[in-house]
Design a protein around this ligand. Structure first.
Ligand code: SF4
Length: 326
């Protein structure tokens, strides 16, 4: 495991996000600063977990990273090339390299298509294989995700939620991508199925050398799949470090609150664990007030927190936090 970690640390940077902003204008005076100066990178073969409550901008960040949304400011480099300036052959290569696994396995599969046609959709679009070879590839990827050849002739409604997500994963893999944005891929599934899907993604990453951006709204499952974890709050990055460090030594008050909400099955730990309750909902990202975005819910807030936005800075080796306490 340690050897593998070192391998990843020496890998090249595949995705490099620099000061990314994505604003949505509403009418004349209202601006939703959904993503507001976010920077991170993802190494080849690595999983970066991107976590935060609903509305924090994590999905908008993911969609801007893969070029589904244009960037208001900043840039996203994939293999050194600006994702938002790709044209022609380079753009086609990028759309083949990058795939998405969606949150809702019910909504993301066309109910009128057979599983074979769903999985082969990307193969057909990119003209990768035809005839018998095409079918062989479909069966290969169904097998990889734990389904069988016989499932190919059925329709999505004949499957459980977990099986549908496996079909969605097979569809994403079928064009042999390098980078997959997993957009809350387990949120709609039963807890008992979530671990199966996460383990499948880990297995496939090892076998195929995939790179993941794994988006989730809580920290419980993210630990098992992520090498590093980025915590977002209201469009900004709150904390970014290795998965181990984040769980062992969280620094940002928001991260501490998120971690305290994870149920711990060990009764001895449960007795000593202190649950930090966050009051209220996430404030709106529309015309946010100056200063730290977390100040209205932070018990450590001090005068400077209302005046200056804390920058994300490295306070320990490879441990970045945006908070005036550090
Ligand atoms: Fe709390 Fe201030 Fe740190 Fe924001 S900057 S998290 S308000 S202490």
């Amino acid at each position: 495991m340690e050897e593998r970690q070192n391998l990843k640390e020496n890998s090249k940077i595949l995705v490099d996000v620099k000061h990314l902003k994505k604003y949505f204008q509403y009418g004349k005076n209202a601006v939703n600063k959904a993503v507001d100066d976010v920077s991170f990178f993802i190494r080849e073969g690595e999983t970066l977990g991107l976590v935060g409550e609903s509305g924090c901008g994590k999905t908008t960040t993911g969609r801007t990273v893969i070029g589904m949304y244009s960037a208001t400011e900043g840039e996203v480099l994939y293999n050194g090339q600006n994702v938002h300036k790709l044209t022609g052959h380079e753009k086609k290569e990028f759309t083949k390299d990058v795939q998405v696994i969606f949150q809702d396995p019910y909504a993301s599969l066309n109910p009128r298509m057979t599983v074979t046609d769903i999985v082969a959709e990307g193969i057909d679009i990119h003209g990768l294989y035809k005839g018998a070879e095409r079918m062989e590839k479909v069966y290969e990827y169904l097998h990889l995700v734990g389904l069988s050849k016989e499932h190919g002739s059925r329709f999505p409604h004949e499957f459980s939620g977990g099986q549908r997500q496996r079909i969605g994963i097979a569809r994403a893999l079928a064009i042999e991508p390098k980078f997959i944005m997993c957009d809350e891929p387990i949120s709609a599934l039963d807890v008992s199925i979530q671990a199966q899907v996460v383990n499948l993604l880990i297995k496939l990453q090892r076998e195929m050398g995939l790179t993941y951006l794994f988006i989730a709204h809580d920290l419980s499952m993210v630990k098992h799949i992520s090498d590093r974890v980025a915590v977002m709050y209201l469009g900004c990055m709150a904390e970014l470090t290795s998965s181990y460090e984040l769980y062992a030594n969280p620094l940002h008050p928001y991260t501490k609150a998120l971690l305290s909400a994870i149920p711990i099955p060990d009764p001895n730990i449960e007795r000593t664990r202190h649950r930090i309750m966050l009051e209220g909902d996430v404030p709106s990202a529309i015309n946010p007030p100056p200063g730290c975005r977390f100040k209205s819910r932070c018990k450590y807030a001090k005068p400077i927190c209302g005046q200056e936005m804390p920058p994300l800075k490295e306070v320990e080796k490879d441990h970045f936090v945006a908070c005036h306490l550090y």
